[in-house]
Design a binder for this molecule. Structure first.
Ligand SMILES: Cc1cc2nc3c(=O)[nH]c(=O)nc-3n(C[C@H](O)[C@H](O)[C@H](O)COP(=O)(O)OP(=O)(O)OC[C@H]3O[C@@H](n4cnc5c(N)ncnc54)[C@H](O)[C@@H]3O)c2cc1C
Length: 412
């Protein structure tokens, strides 16, 4: 006996799961499916008077288009976003504008900006506003799966309160410690960076110039991202012991350490809000799918945050999976069948793994104290900076303007 039947059950209502739910329920066209979105946390709403969320995302152009297809981008943009028009990346031994640095400028690409810094909570809030307006969606929260039974034509998700949901397809978007992945016997491999990212919003003497700043220090990268209220969001990756010190030291000491670590690129740091830290790891599921089940977002892959790509990759997963499901349903096929799910996996797994390995390689190259590697990386940055066609290609790739993009990730 089951309590309800849906075409799709999505476990995990973070940014990726909520976006997938919007697309699958027909927000961007296509046949609207009946969807249950199962989320462990109780609802939290966003108010403009709330202090800025410590968890911010650098949203790429492709991710922006996906959020537009979900119907969420206009509300996000209207509330508060911070477009960044330039990016400067430099090695610890040089200056932000010297030899061995690289500078991206949206004007050189003919784009209004390179992306937007947006609060995670604002993105979620806008997506849930859309979800609540869609007739085919049921948001089941707080709830989590206790078991998943896979039958030949369907799956049954038993929730921890005993309710049983039957469906043609279960999607796990429940983050890096995905329970769906475990219950579906889909494995996971990975490693810890023995680092943590310390995050905070800070005031600086100089304006941020709508620029994303990133300095590669021997202990890990330090990013200063421009916020809508003129402050900068810090993401400072450091060895675990140093990260604990940075988290616990008095605010004044933290500001001084940050100003020095950022080479005073925004002058002195005059104030800091609350700090938090996130342990850093890389992981990936060797298989994203099995019959009647697929993984997306951090449940399928976790990358080092040095390029701010995790949620962007996850939104591309959501868009690719929604497109495959739509194609299958429009052709009269079963969206939970293995061939449909394999097409999704083929489209996303290679891309995500390539990004994971590129970020891991960058982390290792820039974290190495070996002098020859230092010379190599400064020469590399300088060479790319002086090769406009290559730089342009890299920037367009990072923005999600080139490559095999799902339908919902393209400009409409
Ligand atoms: C310091 C830092 C900075 C970052 N900066 C960026 C950036 O600038 N740009 C970017 O694109 N990415 C960034 N990322 C990565 C990004 O935060 C993640 O990749 C993204 O949040 C993953 O989204 P998700 O929806 O897959 O998972 P999550 O955000 O982890 O959401 C998972 C959801 O599932 C729910 N859940 C968990 N378990 C269960 C369960 N058993 N049952 C039901 N629900 C469950 C959770 O409550 C949550 O709502 C950063 C990460 C870090 C650590």
């Amino acid at each position: 006996m089951t309590d309800a039947t849906y075409e799709l059950v999505i476990v995990g209502g973070g940014v990726v799961g909520a976006a997938l739910a919007c697309l699958a329920a027909g927000k961007a066209g296509g046949p609207p499916l009946s969807v249950a979105l199962v989320e462990a946390d109780a609802p939290r709403r966003f108010a403009l008077s709330d202090p800025l969320d410590l968890r911010v995302l650098a949203v790429s152009r492709a991710a922006q288009y996906i959020l537009s297809a979900c119907g969420a981008w206009p509300a996000i943009r209207k509330a508060r976003v911070s477009p960044y028009r330039e990016m400067r990346v430099w090695d610890a031994l040089v200056s932000a504008r010297g030899y061995g640095s690289i500078h991206f400028d949206s004007a050189e690409l003919g784009e209004p900006d390179l992306g937007h810094i947006v609060e995670n909570r604002l993105v979620l809030s806008a997506l849930y506003d859309v979800l609540e307006s869609l007739p085919g969606i049921e948001i089941v929260r707080p709830a989590a799966p206790a078991a998943i039974d896979f039958e030949p034509g369907h799956a049954v998700v038993t929730l921890d309160d005993g309710r049983r949901l039957a469906t043609r397809l279960v999607v796990g978007t429940d983050g890096m410690a995905s329970r769906t992945r475990r219950l579906a016997d889909l494995g996971c491999r990975g490693w810890s960076y023995r680092q943590a990212a310390v995050v905070a919003h800070v005031e600086t003497r100089l304006p941020h110039e709508a620029t994303a700043w990133q300095r590669f220090l021997p202990g890990g990268p330090l990013a200063l991202l421009p916020l809508a209220d003129g402050r900068s969001s810090v993401v400072w990756s450091a060895p675990a012991g140093r990260a604990s010190e940075l988290l616990e030291m008095p605010a004044g000491d933290f500001c001084d350490a940050l100003a020095e670590a950022s080479d005073f690129v925004l002058g002195s740091v005059t104030g800091s809000g609350a700090r938090a830290s996130f342990p850093l790891q890389a992981s990936y599921a060797p298989a994203y799918v099995r019959a009647r089940c697929a993984l997306a977002g951090d449940a399928a892959h976790v990358v080092h945050p040095l390029a701010g790509q995790g949620a962007n990759l996850g939104l591309l997963d959501a868009a690719a999976l929604a497109e495959q499901i739509r194609d299958a349903v429009e052709s009269g096929l079963d969206p939970g069948d293995t061939p449909t799910l394999r097409r999704y996996e083929r489209r996303r797994k290679g891309h995500n793994l390539a990004m994971l390995l590129a970020l891991d390689g960058t982390h290792r190259l820039f974290g190495s104290a070996l002098a020859p590697l230092g010379v190599l990386r400064r020469a590399g940055l300088a060479a790319v900076d002086r090769a406009p066609p290559l730089k342009r290609r890299l920037a367009r790739r990072a923005m999600g303007l080139d490559g095999d993009l799902p339908l919902y990730a393209r400009a409409s």
